[in-house]
Structures are given as C-alpha cells and as structure tokens.
Ligand binder design. Structure first.
Ligand code: MG
Length: 257
C-alpha cells in the first residue's frame, strides 16, 4: 500500500514537472494571431456619422434608396432640410436594397406638439427585415415613451410584443433620439424549418435596451410569432395609422456584416 502511494506521488510529481517545463517552453508568439487582417474603416466624426464603409440610406438629399411598400413606387414621404417626415397618406416605405446581417444607425423625433396617448402617440417602427406588405416583418418599436404609459413590450426600444426594453432612456417629444442596432438575421434549413433564430442588440440614445435578444419570430399584432423561411430583406419604416402627428427621421446608414 505504502509503495503504491509513493509511486502515485512520484508519478503526479513528474506530471507537474513536465507541465511546468511545457509552460516554460511556451512563447508569447504562440498565442499571437496575424490574419485575417481587419479591413480599414474610417470612422465618422462622431458616433452618429457614417463610417466609410456604410451604405447611406438617408442623408437629407433624396429618397433614392427607398420605395413605397404598397406598390414599390418611389418613396413619397416628405423631405425638409435633412429631415424625413412620415406621410401617412402613402403608408410604409422600405429600402430598395436587401440586407441580411447589419449594423444600423438612425435618428427619430416625435413632434413637440404630439397629441394622443399610449400606442397612438408618435407611433412608428423600424422593421429590421421587411417581409412584405403592411407591417409584415420584425418591428423595433418607435413611440413617444416619455411619460406615456402603454404595455411595456410596446414601448420605444421594444421588439414589438416580444422584448421589453432593458431601460427607458427616451427623450422628450421634440428632441432627436438615436437607435443603433445590430441585427443577426434568422437562418433556415432547406426544408424551410428554422436553423438559427434572429438576434438583435439595440442601443437607444446610447443606452443598451436589447442585449443580444433572441426573437421567437416576426412581429404579430395578435397571436404568437412563428418563423417562416426568408432570405435577405429590406429595412422598412412604419407610417402608423393612428391620428397623432407624424414623426421624423434623419441620418440613416447601415453597415453590412
Ligand atoms: Mg409601431
């Protein structure tokens, strides 16, 4: 018995010596990675400004990147200065381009003179992947959430009817607000079944409100979401049918990932 304990002790001792020798032989260079080399991107002057590799979706000049969702005709929302304002007569607009995974920046403003309550107060939305006409797609809610009570999974910064924002950093009506979004599109198997769900991270006025949230499917006004296979999709902005004054957007850019 004694001998076997001694033998085990000797064995484990030599094991630790061998391990120590291995650590001694390791070099700092062993854990250095030299490629692939990240591409050079010139950042914007501030975090709100588009980096050099961004696709500019709206910079105040025109709506060339956008169409009306209903008939794919040129987008007819109103431009004044560098500001785009929802025109409820024409309905939702979406990008001509289709995207899969991306980083998106946009700014929105509820009119200072907003009226209405709950969901009927500065309601719009960013559909992170538009899945066709109307409100089909995955909606990041836009709403006046400054002293405006509503269901919490319908506040600004929510994934509508799915994810409650982690905080409410909403500014007063009349002030510009920012969304910075990282969207990971869902993937599907060849038979149409879900392979990996969509994920989203959202900073609202620089505050994290959705942290790598896993979506259970596209947004539904009524009922539980269900995934349906799709590919790359446009980004869509909502012209909500409520009677409150239309809100505005500016400085919209996207980086494909
Ligand atoms: Mg909405």
């Amino acid at each position: 018995m004694k001998y076997s304990i001694l033998f085990t002790a000797l064995l484990s001792g030599s094991f630790f010596i061998a391990q120590a020798q291995q650590v001694q032989q390791a070099k700092p260079e062993d854990t250095e990675t030299w490629e692939p080399i990240p591409k050079v991107v010139t950042p914007g002057a501030t975090f709100k400004d588009a980096p050099s590799d961004a696709v500019i979706l709206f910079d105040g000049k025109n709506l060339d990147e956008w169409v009306q969702v209903s008939d794919q005709s040129p987008a007819k929302w109103d431009i004044k200065g560098d500001v785009l304002t929802v025109n409820k007569n024409y309905g939702n607009i979406e990008t001509k381009r289709k995207f899969t995974n991306y980083q998106l920046h946009l700014e929105w403003r509820v009119p200072a003179t907003i009226t209405g309550t709950g969901q009927a107060r500065g309601n719009s939305g960013v559909f992170l992947a538009s899945l066709g006409k109307g409100d089909a797609g995955y909606e990041l809610q836009v709403l006046d959430s400054y002293n405006n009570k509503t269901y919490v999974n319908g506040m600004a910064g929510s994934i509508y009817k799915q994810a409650i924002p982690l905080a409410n950093p909403g500014r007063k009506p009349g002030e510009w607000q920012t969304y910075d979004v990282v969207w990971t599109a869902p993937t599907f198997n060849e038979d149409g079944s879900l392979k990996t769900p969509a994920k989203v991270t959202v900073f609202f006025n620089g505050v994290l409100v959705e942290n790598d949230y896993t979506l259970s499917g596209p947004t539904l006004y009524i009922g539980k979401p269900v995934y349906k296979a799709h590919g790359a999709a446009p980004i869509k902005l909502q012209a909500h049918g409520d009677k409150s004054e239309p809100l505005s957007f500016r400085n919209i850019w996207v980086r494909e990932l």
